[in-house]
Design a protein around this ligand. Sequence first.
Ligand code: ATR
Length: 277
Amino acid sequence: MIRRPRAAITGWPVAHSRSPLVHGHWLKKYGLAGDYIRLPVAPEDAERFYRHFGESGLVGCNVTVPHKETAAAACDELDEAARAMGAVNTLWLDGDGRLCGANTDGIGFLGNLDQRAPGWDARPGPAVVLGAGGAARAVVWALRARGFAPVKIFNRTTEKASQLADHFGFGVEAYPWDKLCEHLGQAALLVNTTAAGMTGKPPLQIDLDGLPKDALVTDIIYTPLETDLLRQAAARGNRTVDGLGMLLHQAAPGFERWFGVRPEVDDELRRIVLADL
Ligand code: ATR
């Protein structure tokens, strides 16, 4: 009997994840027999769950906070991005039952910009990244992979920016938040990865004076879709891209692994997820 492939979003909690909506849309669109479920994994069970992933009955899964590092440690193989970040968001079993892990957050970030701002990386110059958490790690990896240099990290807690810059080394620099305006003048790209500006959180405190008018401004936040930062940037003439596409594009490689079809991030998917926000 051929088993219907089943994948899942794993993490703690997973109740608010939009991943089932995204994968459910693709399963239906491509007429595939398969399932994508929510599977909460309690922190005390995480190590055992990923180490014995073969017993789960899943063909693979997505991994969200707080298990991205635990899952990476359980993998037999990691892709280059996952190795660089020490964290995975996508797992699958290969033909020999070995657990393989990838980190597609950076690919999702790039896919979003490629789709919504074609040519954005034609002249990769200095990039400014705000924030130094897990999302910043993926964004810094992605920008270095596309040749942006230097990538300058600014974070409210400077120490965390320094740790992230040290992690990547060459081409990545850390600065205190209060030095931001001195660096905006050379930026080809400004990325917000902080939680500031998210619905229910205070807006990002930033003065965009001095940012070149041809710099691209993007936020990885998608609730709300248009943050104060993006509104401010658009009002002064900068090109802007919201964060929703990063969520959609990071999901595509996992879907292809598990269900065998390379899915398209289309307008209909964007509408479906937007309606659920
Ligand atoms: P994620 O994994 O999604 O990146 P995180 O690791 O919690 O989430 O990181 C949140 C980031 O948002 C951090 O860089 C945090 O700054 P601190 O390291 O100083 O805490 C940043 N952040 C959160 N609220 C912020 C605010 N109001 N202003 C500026 N930065 C903020």
